[in-house]
Design a protein around this ligand. Structure first.
Ligand code: TXA
Ligand code: MG
Length: 332
């Protein structure tokens, strides 16, 4: 298949209206999308990703008004959307319009991406865009154009060329159809931010549902975000002492905190600015999140065996980053 790689919103909207599948960037990660009103096209996304059929897709909208046409939006949902959209927030709402994929579901996850060019494109498509993250099921989401082209050129109808994701991890998902509302997936908008507008938000102790239990959000039961390399999540002291022992091993990779952007000093060793690419130093949880999946991809490309990840710092950005690292480091 010939893939149109373009920034032309009209051509890319034409592809969607004709039943095509298009990979596009959002501020979180890349999505792989089709018209929410075209069941065949949405089902093709499941085939391409190898996604379990019981895991529903987020519908992406251009405005709050368009969401209100297809879902029941109560006062709390309206306030959250008013505060955090466009942005990395997904709300699961009661669905009113049965023509939207998945047709037989009584709920719909909705989100308005931040990039105005993407919103313009969604508007031109004439329907919401149903899209999971653009990756093979279970693997890390993609955040770099070069990775998207490597996986999807020749597989999808179009690839949208515009700003790459900046946040690097998927949106916060809140089940607003439940009472009390439940945090299904932590993201850049943290539970403390949500609680300002949603004091009764329920935050589960674990975002992983084990065994045969049916979770309220199917994504909670599947393995996620895992590269081929084995991921080790380490406390700072363990990370540093492991690095001292094994930092020279060319098939081991490291991602953790730097000091002044240059060195890890706590363990008594130093990595200069010329550290190899398999050692990624970050200075905040936000920076860590923005690089994490791209680093996982890079490590798999390089055939790394292990990736050591330092535990996120306390405070801002920890909730979602720790969740992704825990999931990535779970054994099979
Ligand atoms: O940042 C993001 O959210 C990205 C970009 C592309 O928007 N999308 C994304 O989609 O991460 P996906 O499919 O990889 O994750 C969506 C999550 C899954 O865990 C899924 O189970 C849950 O949202 N979800 C979707 N629809 C749902 C529904 N109706 N009820 C409960 N959970 C739902
Ligand atoms: Mg995903």
């Amino acid at each position: 298949m010939k893939t149109l790689i373009s920034s032309d919103v009209r051509l890319l909207a034409d592809l969607i209206r004709k039943g095509g599948v298009v990979v596009f960037p959002t501020e979180t990660v890349y999505g792989i999308g089709a018209s929410s009103k075209n069941e065949e096209a949405c089902k093709r996304i499941y085939q391409i990703k190898g996604r379990p059929s019981d895991n529903p897709l987020i519908a992406h909208f251009d405005s709050i008004g368009s969401i209100e046409k297809v879902c029941k939006v109560n006062e709390f949902a309206k306030r959250l959307l008013g505060e955090f959209s466009p942005g990395p927030l997904t709300l699961v709402l009661p669905k009113l319009d049965t023509s939207i994929f998945p047709k037989d579901s009584e709920t719909l996850a909705v989100r308005i991406p931040k990039n105005p060019v993407i919103r313009e494109w969604i508007g031109l498509c004439g329907s919401p865009i149903s899209a999971p993250s653009a990756n093979l099921s279970g693997r890390p989401s993609l955040t770099r154009m070069t990775d998207v082209v490597r996986y999807f050129d020749g597989i999808v109808d179009g690839i949208f060329l515009t700003d790459e994701p900046s946040l690097g991890i998927e949106s916060t998902v809140v089940g607003m159809h439940l009472d009390p509302p439940v945090l299904f997936r932590p993201g850049s908008i943290e539970s403390k931010d949500l609680r300002r507008f949603l004091p009764h938000l329920m935050v589960p102790k674990s975002f992983q549902v084990q065994g045969e239990m049916t979770p309220a959000s199917p994504g909670m039961k599947y393995k996620h975000y895992a590269p081929k390399a084995k991921v080790y999540l380490c406390h700072a002291t363990e990370f540093h002492s492991n690095f001292q022992k094994e930092g020279e091993n060319p098939s081991f990779a490291w991602i953790g905190f730097s000091f002044d952007g240059k060195e890890i000093v706590e363990g008594g060793f130093r990595i200069g600015l010329d550290s190899p690419e398999r050692i990624k130093l970050v200075s905040s949880n936000r920076e860590y999140s923005s690089f994490l999946y791209a680093f996982f991809e890079f490590c798999d490309q390089m055939g790394m065996e292990r990736i050591y990840c330092e535990e996120p710092a306390l405070g801002e950005g920890r909730e979602a980053l720790l969740n992704r690292l825990e999931k990535a480091s779970e054994s099979e």
